[in-house]
Design a protein around this ligand. Structure first.
Ligand SMILES: [Zn+2]
Ligand SMILES: [Zn+2]
Ligand SMILES: [Zn+2]
Length: 471
């Protein structure tokens, strides 16, 4: 028989293409899963229904989702591909290759001439003439008379023998034990040989409990997190693909990006909700991917909690760890404290305007901040801006260089070095009147956001401007 594991199509590739990441379908799938998680729907069983397109339906799913046929099957298949649902064999259906109907009836045929005109009964053989026929052919007025030679057969074993229950073709006289089976379609009447009938397995589905914790994250906290980030002005991409410096492509579970005008933030959020223990190697992989992608804001959402050494590594690598069960609390309290973020393009006009811009964008600003570096040296940063997103704290080091000539490499190098020593990775440099080409190239390589300004306006800060608050 033609083997096909696909309930819908006998071309698995064609139906696969339709499945992944179709938004509407995904919403439906989530709804179905929510119902199952809540225990409102247990097993999903098919029901045969010759009047439907496929010949079977999943009535409970149709009722919950308001969709039919192939759409239902495609959602169930994608959920079982993701191991959210477990599928169990329910029944094998035979489908007519001409009209796709599933109501086929078996018919028996002669293996020699394919005629359907065959009879079944006890078969006798007359030893003398070798005639073989059904018992009824021999019976004449209560005696056995051979229809070929007209001789009466009296004694079983010496005149004739019985070769048991067999079939005999009325058209070609062939006697045989096993007829050939063909299938008659009751819808279009086509007769199909057994090996050309399409065989389709249909399944019942049940919820895979091993996926419960993962789903409980996917369905609620994840959406909460995404909503939270969007509320903070981030663009959020799920299953984002990021090209690393090594040339490798990395997949990031959730990538949140925000351009503040001064700095573009990228947060890589990894989700490790496995149900099993999360081991160091997985965190190392996540960190490695983020590093290669040039992303230094890293959050890892975990369930269950990390092992001790994994936790230690995470904190060394400045990976913020959030446990799923804490997420709700963290986001709720962050929502209360964090400010709504306005997004405006930034153009450098003056130091005071810059500070105003930063404050409007929720930053705490420290001017001429003195910070101790890892080397032990103390560094002064023109402006240190800090903002707490509720889940990520951003520090920006801003340097302001003003000279008569374009700013050279040495100054940019110094600034970058200072920032590195104090461990600040988000860097912006305001250069009046611009940078030399080498300095610009270096800044770009070191991911320093540069604002090249021809001249300050007003050239000198007005002396009577109210002093900027120190925090
Ligand atoms: Zn005979
Ligand atoms: Zn025949
Ligand atoms: Zn048919």
């Amino acid at each position: 028989m033609a083997k096909s594991d696909e309930p819908v199509s006998n071309n698995p590739e064609a139906s696969d293409v339709l499945l992944p990441q179709k938004l509407e379908e995904n919403e439906k799938a989530m709804k179905l899963v929510s119902e199952m998680l809540a225990g409102k729907l247990a097993d999903i069983r098919p029901q045969l229904d010759y009047s439907s397109d496929l010949g079977f339906t999943y009535p409970a799913v149709e009722q919950i989702l308001g969709i039919k046929g192939k759409e239902v099957v495609s959602i169930l298949k994608s959920l079982s591909d993701k191991a959210v649902l477990r599928k169990d064999f329910f029944e094998r259906l035979l489908r007519c290759p001409k009209c796709q109907a599933i109501n086929l009836r078996p018919t028996t045929h002669c293996p020699k001439c394919a005629s359907g005109h065959i009879d079944r009964g006890r078969v006798l053989e007359h030893f003398v003439c070798k005639y073989v026929g059904l018992e009824e052919e021999f019976v004449i007025k209560g005696r056995y008379i051979c229809p070929r030679c007209q001789v009466e057969m009296r004694t079983i074993g010496s005149d004739y023998q019985s070769i048991g229950l067999q079939r005999k073709c009325r058209d070609c006289s062939e006697v045989f034990a096993t007829p050939v089976i063909k299938w008659r379609c009751l819808n279009c009447s086509a007769l199909t040989a057994e090996d050309r009938v399409i065989e389709v397995n249909i399944y019942s589905y049940s919820f895979n409990e091993a996926k419960r914790s993962w789903l409980e994250f996917e369905l609620k906290p994840k959406l909460q997190l995404i909503e939270f980030l969007r509320g903070r002005g981030y663009e959020v991409t799920e299953n984002a693909t990021v090209k690393g410096r090594s040339g490798a492509e990395h997949s990031v579970d959730i990538l949140a990006t925000r351009d503040d005008g001064i700095i573009t933030y990228n947060i890589a959020i990894g989700v490790k909700v496995a149900g099993d223990e999360i081991v160091l190697g997985e965190i190392f992989d996540f960190d490695d991917k983020a590093y290669d992608s040039g992303i230094h804001d890293k959050i890892l959402i975990v369930l269950p909690a990390l092992q001790r050494e994994a936790e230690k590594f995470a904190s060394q690598q400045r990976i913020k760890i959030l446990e799923v069960r804490d997420l709700d609390t963290v986001l709720t309290s962050a929502s209360q404290t964090a400010r709504e973020v306005k997004r405006e393009p930034f153009e450098f006009e003056s130091r005071s305007k810059l500070i105003e811009h930063l404050r409007q964008h929720g930053y705490e600003v420290k001017e001429y901040a003195t910070l101790k570096g890892r080397s032990g040296a103390e560094h002064s940063i023109d402006i240190l801006a800090t903002s707490d997103d509720g889940i990520v704290v951003h520090h920006i080091a801003i340097g302001i260089e003003v000279a008569a000539q374009p700013i050279g490499l040495d100054k940019v190098f110094d600034f970058d070095d200072k920032a590195y020593d104090i461990g600040i990775l988000d860097k912006a440099l305001i250069a009046v009147p611009g940078l030399t080409p080498e300095a610009r190239q270096f800044a770009q390589r070191q991911k320093i956001r540069v604002f090249e300004v021809e001249a300050l306006e007003p050239p000198v800060e007005p002396p009577l401007e109210p002093p900027v608050e120190e925090s």
